[in-house]
Design a protein around this ligand. Structure first.
Ligand code: PHE
Length: 340
């Protein structure tokens, strides 16, 4: 019996199967009902008592080694099967491909760009990491002026001149540097503000800003362009109203509301009973901004406007919480599959 145990142990150690099926055969031959190891266990019952201790230990060791080897080999084969390419089975049913769709922010951004391109605007883009000049100084924010606090800015600690742009007005500055009037650009892009994240605010969001500079550009042109935009975006019956406001780079400045597209202006919980929804800021480009950018304010005038894409998309699609745009839960995103 001693010799038989040694022989089986050797076979276990030298077992190197080439296919997974061999492992099961081996297991049956060893540990199956009629297996050799099983037979030894049976034989062990009639071993003389004085030899039981020694042989019992050896037999037990053999059994554990065999089981351990079988399990290890099984895992080895399962792992290599998982990483090996499946054999081609041309009769297998295909797996459906999930189609992606556009993100609602991209959808609305494209719609805004589309509407203004019909008015002759072209798209301009610029860097997200900016300097003080392009975000503030060139836009008539005096140093130390409290207007800089209107936009909670992320600065780079070691370089107070470097910051994340808080609005895409910086692109308008870059456009004026490059181009002489007439200028007609819209500037879509991602902007950053140090705001606490909630259902109506985020530290990252998207804007589209516009700039139009030429001879004799008037406030009436601004108003008409924005009315056209509002009707194209929210429907033919949409009205707008302008409320006086303040921005350092425009004078006069206004905030623009559209009539609530959900209740038609009667008042509902989205427009908080007022019938109006604020959508953008705008104004006539301040002469200081024109001069700072090398454009003669006596010859040229212009208007500028800026809006948050998240906000427009919220109003258009009835999205109740801004954070949904950033979480990218496919159950949210799939709701926009049919919108182009
Ligand atoms: N830059 C302003 C903002 O981010 C929006 C704006 C643009 C207002 C142009 C007036 C004119 O809040």
């Amino acid at each position: 019996m001693n010799a038989k145990i040694d022989e089986l142990l050797k076979r276990v150690e030298e077992f190197h199967p080439k296919a997974a099926a061999e492992i099961e055969d081996f297991r049956v031959k060893m540990l199956g009902k009629k297996g050799e190891l099983t037979a030894l266990m049976e034989e062990f019952k009639s071993v003389a008592p004085e030899r039981k201790r020694e042989l019992g230990q050896k037999l037990n060791n053999l059994k554990q080694t065999a089981l351990g080897r079988i399990n290890a080999l099984r895992e080895e084969f399962a792992a290599s099967a998982a990483s090996a390419p499946a054999e081609d089975d041309l009769t297998r049913t295909g797996t459906a491909e999930e189609l992606g769709s556009r993100h609602p922010i991209s959808i609305v951004r494209n719609q805004i760009v589309d509407i203004f391109s019909r008015l002759g605007y072209t798209v301009a883009e610029g860097p997200e990491i900016e300097d003080d000049w392009h975000v503030f100084s060139a836009l008539n924010f005096p140093p130390e002026h409290p207007a800089r606090d209107m936009q909670d800015t992320f600065f780079i600690e070691k370089h107070p001149d470097i910051l994340l742009r808080t609005h895409t007005s910086s692109i308008q500055v870059r456009t004026m540097e490059r181009q002489k009037p007439p200028i007609r650009v819209i500037c879509p892009g991602r902007v950053f503000r140090n705001e606490a994240i909630s259902y109506r605010a985020h530290c990252i969001f998207h804007q589209v800003e516009g700039l139009y500079i030429d001879r004799n550009v008037s406030f009436a042109d601004l108003k008409q362009s924005l009315l056209y935009f509002a009707k194209e975006m929210f429907g033919e019956d949409t009205r707008i109203r302008m409320r006086p406001s303040y921005f350092p780079f425009t004078e006069p400045s206004a905030e623009v509301d559209v009539s609530c597209n959900l209740c038609g202006g009667k008042g509902c919980n989205v427009c908080k009973g007022t019938g109006w929804l604020e959508i953008l800021g705008c104004g006539m480009v301040d002469p200081n901004v024109l001069s700072a950018n090398g454009i003669d304010p006596n010859e040229y005038s212009g208007f500028a406007f800026g809006m948050g894409i998240e906000r427009i998309a919220m109003l258009k699609f009835g999205v109740p919480d801004l954070r949904l745009y950033f979480e990218n839960d496919v159950r949210f995103l799939h709701q926009f599959d049919s919108v182009l």
